[in-house]
Ligand binder design. Sequence first.
Ligand SMILES: [Fe+2]
Length: 343
Amino acid sequence: MNGIFRIFAAAVITFVTVGAAYASEVNLYTARHYDSDDALYQKFTDATGIKVNVVSGKGKALMERLASEGANSPADVFITVDAGNLWKVQKDGMFQSINSSMVDNIVPANLRGPNNEWVGIAKRSRVIYYNPLNVSEAEMAGLTYEDLSDSKWKGRIAIRSSGNMYNQSLVSSLIANHGEATIEAWAKDFVGNFARKPEGNDRAQIMAVANGEADIAIANSYYIGLMLSGKKGEEQQAAARKVQLHFPGQDGRGAHINVSGAGLMKNAPNKSNAVKFIEFLLGEEAQAHIVNNTYEYPMREGVAPSDLINQFGTGFKEDATPVASYGEFNPTAVKLMDRVGWQ
Ligand SMILES: [Fe+2]
């Protein structure tokens, strides 16, 4: 089924079942939309007898839908990317705490909402890609996000616009660690080092490094796996083979970490099924499925990331800054990025 039809089909299902006492279903709103997810949900149904009704769409559209449905929303679970987005839903009072010792045991405290309203189901790092033809190993050694304000990087950095949540969360994490004034000064110099006006998505930044338009780029870790997989076409696959991945901050705080996550809706009509579903997502089978489809890092220890991303290094140091702080500092970050002229 194509995406639009799925939304309408699921909308009909959820409309029909609202208010009815179906003990054996769970209503999922998800910004993940992989065809292979259907097979995963079927496994959950086979194991538990609980049917999964899926409403899939863009994260922003789903958030608007949740807000407009309010207390009458049939949604039990919301899945989206970036702690900043999960924070927004939480701030609007639309989640409730997930009470599950299984979830508590798997998800570290820094990768959850302040009251366990949402939890990470997979991790991603925002890393630095470089072109070995234009940047030496010595230049990359020990490189941190903070170092990128140095004038030696003038005209060499590619990164997407400040409207992007991934960048807002990165800047929020820097503010959480260094304070607003320090990061404003840093950001001014950092923006001054851009190779070009921000344009395109994360993969476009990696392409810019591959074709020499920039020497280094900041983009999420899983995109190199996606490009190398060939799912985005031969041109991107060839470009991905030309770049290398650097994990910043390995001698300090560690590389910036963000999550894909799931939240439990405040008015979940099928709350206990919803908790079972979130527990299922953190199980070994679902974790392996997720990381092999998205090239993210697993939340659960003992599950191996896809080889396409694992080849760049395992066991790198992860920044333990609570991802909930990205939401907390988001308004400050957005204004700061605007003031320093980050387009
Ligand atoms: Fe992404």
